[in-house]
Design a protein around this ligand. Structure first.
Ligand SMILES: O=C(O)CCC(=O)C(=O)O
Ligand SMILES: [Fe+2]
Length: 340
């Protein structure tokens, strides 16, 4: 795994992580001890039939049906979006409207970047006190990135930002509340960050984890599995379930902050990434969060005497900083602390 933006410091910052690509270049037949996980939770194939549950695949939401507006298709799709966010916290988004040429260029440029020699990549390494670079990129909407091909990356960020705002709009509609509070939190100065991850093939994939179990500390995440290789898994009823999705679809998941904003109606989902022995995998996750100055907590418009707040309010900056000061990714434990 290389590159991270939403990881607490000790989850493998800088050198050990950045060098996994270099490690994987060696003709290895076994995995170095530092990557071996001794205790893995069961995968579906290891569970008894009684415990497999009913999960088959994540729901598919069709953006064109949402954008079309007030038709019966729209109402059905909005209901589907509501159930997906409430019951699972994740769905695949098809017909999202992002320019296919842009997606192709992005895939090409990111692959080229990850394949540069380490010395070249380290020229872009994140420096202490900075938030962007190899290893980590985070930006507010008005900050510029200065590595990679600015045109492609910036266009991607802009298109995804618009998509995220539209999706947030539909989610708010599905929650039957109004958009004003969300606009205040996310619009203009909202925070956008990205994690691009290159997972090299691994000689013993069953012994390692590409990205440790976690939920995302953001409003929503839009994940692009760039080269179409699967590896994402979600935790459902105590077991890890693989998520397969169409090559051109994005996976959207509810983050911890939206769980708080929705007062627990929508759920963030615990997930992880696994690797395989043959194919490298490249993913780009974009995280959309409220602005740093915002106070986050259950939306006022959702709170009534019958529906009291389930989470404490907290400043966004404090929330994010406290998360980054934790030593490792640990499922949904950080969000649990915020419960009243
Ligand atoms: O690579 C993936 O499929 C998952 C990435 C992810 O969960 C993240 O970057 O937060
Ligand atoms: Fe994630």
């Amino acid at each position: 795994m290389a590159s991270l933006s939403q990881l607490p410091a000790g989850s493998g910052s800088s050198n050990s992580l950045l060098s996994v690509i270099e490690t994987a270049k060696e003709p290895l037949t076994s995995v170095p001890q530092c990557y071996v996980r001794l205790q893995q939770e069961p995968t579906p194939s290891e569970l008894s039939d009684d415990n497999k549950g009913t999960f088959r695949s994540i729901p598919t939401i069709d953006m064109t049906k949402l954008v079309k507006g007030e038709t019966s298709d729209f109402a059905n799709q909005l209901e589907k979006l509501h159930s997906a966010c409430k019951d699972l916290g994740i769905f695949q988004l098809v017909n999202h409207g992002v320019n296919p040429m842009l997606l192709e260029n992005l895939e090409h440029e990111i692959e080229v970047f990850f394949k540069l020699p380490l010395e070249e990549k380290m020229k872009y390494a994140i420096r202490s006190g900075d938030v962007e670079g190899y290893g980590n990129i985070a930006k507010t909407k008005d900050q510029k990135l200065d590595w990679g091909d600015r045109n492609t990356l910036e266009s991607y960020f802009m298109e995804l930002d618009q998509l995220a705002m539209r999706l947030l709009g539909f989610m708010v509609k599905a929650l039957k509340t109004d958009m004003r509070e969300i606009e205040e939190l996310f619009d203009t100065d909202g925070m956008q960050s990205v994690r691009m991850t290159y997972y090299p093939p691994c000689p013993q994939p069953e012994l390692v984890v590409g990205l440790s179990p976690h939920s995302d500390v953001c409003g929503i995440t839009i994940l692009n599995q760039l080269n179409g290789v699967d590896g994402l898994q979600i935790k459902k009823d105590g077991a890890w379930m693989p998520v397969n999705f169409q090559k051109d679809a994005f996976v959207v998941n509810v983050g911890d902050i939206f769980e708080m904003l929705s007062n627990g109606v929508y759920k963030s989902i615990e997930h992880r990434a696994m690797v395989n022995s043959e194919k490298e995998r490249v993913s780009v996750a974009m995280f959309f969060s409220p602005k740093f100055e915002a106070e986050i907590g259950p939306l006022r418009s959702l709170i009534t005497p019958e529906n009291p707040p389930l989470f404490q309010g907290v400043g966004m900056e404090k929330y994010v900083n406290d998360f980054f000061s934790r030593l490792r990714l640990d499922g949904k434990s950080y969000l649990e602390q915020m419960k009243i």
